[in-house]
Design a protein around this ligand. Structure first.
Ligand SMILES: Nc1ncnc2c1ncn2[C@@H]1O[C@H](COP(=O)(O)OP(=O)(O)OP(=O)(O)O)[C@@H](O)[C@H]1O
Length: 204
């Protein structure tokens, strides 16, 4: 059981929508206030990604075994790879007194809604599928088939993201400055309320 602390912040959105970019800025501006929950994944590291910093890189077998032991809050299969947030990852951040930020898939969002973590849920929306494709191609981190899978998945994710009641806020990332300002404003409004009283509630 994960101990309750401040409400965690969840960033969700299609691959390439800008979650990592926003997260990086947030952690840079407020290093003492927010801490990133490091997910586990069975996918291989991209150039520059460090084990234990960006992800805990592991195997599918090990993740399934940990899942069976109840060590994960949420897991999801995405583009053939397994991803998950361990209870320990969230607990590690909570212990530092920081607000835990999670970057998770839709399946994970559905699972975390069923826990008592009561997260603030942000959906990062790309301006269009075409622009998403451009950004993913520019990022140059995926092979063609993986890129196509991400774009296909993005259509479903956007549908879910836009359904009323699924997220507390949708942030359109057409400009990173604008999107970041919106994220900061949302946090400013809701994180204080989160400590005093809860005014952001959603469908479970
Ligand atoms: N507003 C923006 N305008 C132009 N490019 C952007 C914008 N936001 C992000 N990008 C670029 O788009 C690419 C994808 O962004 P990012 O890696 O943050 O996405 P992500 O949602 O974290 O993806 P993944 O889920 O695959 O990790 C990056 O190369 C990033 O620099």
């Amino acid at each position: 059981m994960v101990q309750k602390g401040p409400r965690p912040l969840v960033l969700c959105g299609p691959s390439g929508s800008g979650k990592s970019t926003l997260l990086k800025r947030l952690l840079k501006e407020f290093p003492d206030k927010f801490g990133f929950s490091v997910s586990h994944t069975s996918r291989g590291p991209r150039p520059g990604e460090k084990d234990g910093v960006h992800y805990h890189f592991t195997s599918k077998e090990q993740m399934v075994s940990a899942l069976d032991k109840g060590e994960f809050i949420e897991t999801a299969i995405f583009s053939g790879n397994m991803y998950g947030t361990s209870k320990k990852a969230v607990e590690d951040v909570r212990r530092t007194g920081r607000i835990c930020v999670l970057d998770i898939e839709i399946e994970g969002v559905k699972q975390i809604k069923r826990t008592d973590l009561d997260p603030l849920l942000v959906f990062v929306m790309p301006p269009s599928i075409d622009e998403l494709e451009r950004r993913l191609r520019n990022r140059n981190t995926e092979q063609e088939d993986a890129l196509q899978k991400r774009l296909e998945q993005a259509r479903h994710e956007i549908e879910y993201g836009m359904e009323p009641g699924n997220f507390h806020i949708l942030i359109l990332n057409d400009s990173i400055e604008k999107a970041y300002t919106e994220l900061r404003d949302f946090i400013g409004k809701n994180m204080n309320n989160a400590v005093e009283e809860k005014d952001a509630s959603l469908d479970k």
